[in-house]
Design a protein around this ligand. Sequence first.
Ligand SMILES: *Cc1c(COP(=O)(O)O)cnc(C)c1O
Length: 400
Amino acid sequence: MCNYSFENLLPVDENGYYGEFGGSYIPEPLKVRLEEVNKAFRHYINDMEFLNEFEDLLHNYAGRPSPLFLAKKLSERYGAQIYLKREDLNHTGAHKINNALGLGLLAKRMGKRKIIAETGAGQHGVAAATVAALLDLECVVYMGAEDVARQQPNVMRMKMLGAKVMPVDAGNATLNNAVDAALSAWVADEEAFYLIGSAVGPHPFPEIVARFQSVISFEVKKQLEKLIGRNNPDYVIASIGGGSNAAGAFYHFINDERVKLVAVEAAGKGVGTGESAASITEGQTGVLHGSRTKVLANADGSVKEAYSISAGLDYPGIGPLQSYLAENGRTQVLVADDKEALDAAFLLAEEEGIIPALESSHALAALKKIKFEADDIVVVNLSGRGDKDMGTYMKYMIED
Ligand SMILES: *Cc1c(COP(=O)(O)O)cnc(C)c1O
């Protein structure tokens, strides 16, 4: 018996629209592939054998349920009951493995032999390569040539896990171009499955990723019930890059208006400096990677390079669900800049003995920006661990 519930609680229609956002803006040849994924997903998400296998891997391979930890010193500092959802303790160090396992199992059930993935900093590439090794699937990861040069440890991890890393030279040779290359490779290869890394892209990917990541908030409900006898918090706070850890942390609370949902974008060097990744705060509605959503754009309408100290938030768009929730006031959108995220990371390390990922540090940085009541129950989604960011943290320690 699968204990998780993957029922659809999203404000999405059958064409993948969240209000005016979402949909599927793709070339004709991709439609066949997406239709096939959509059909398989609708079938297997109700298939007990599939769900049992997914749950077994989440528990015994990824290490779920991840703990919900009451951070006493942070609680004292900010004047509320602050709990950390410890996604940093998952295998491979972040929430990304939840979705990678779900999609990998789906690929397997569909009879695919090969996984195609894109990666920026390499975190999703590593999760995809991990699952491909586990499930005996071939794995090809597209990565901008610039990123390949910058992210050698993750490139080597992917290779050790048996994946092939394909450097992409087009454009500015970063994530944006890697996504395009991965999609083209998928069109050309019937035996491949596109294992997307966040709640972005054309329908049905944003919905599938959100539903697989929903295990996060499902567990939070159970854990709070046990800890405090109440199954909903006053606040859930999560960082947003593409929006998948936020989707998972918000999921089972989206329709519970008593729970305040806070999404934290990376402001990079600051809102208004032209160097940020704050797609909701500074972006406009446009189409990016097959989905109508909030996008950072130049004056001529072309997609603008995003910047953040955190590679996982450095994306010029945001999934359609997050655009919708923000536009309708269901989420409060805050920003944290590079410096605020760094300070929050060092504070957590010193106060609670946890070195967080830089992405997660943006969520932590929002704590000082909210006015809490003393008995407020606050859940911060600690999306990942900071090992991968030690280079950046070391640089900051030397400069200080
Ligand atoms: C990739 C990543 C993110 C950002 O991606 P989302 O899809 O927005 O969750 C956040 N935290 C960590 C640790 C990541 O690796």
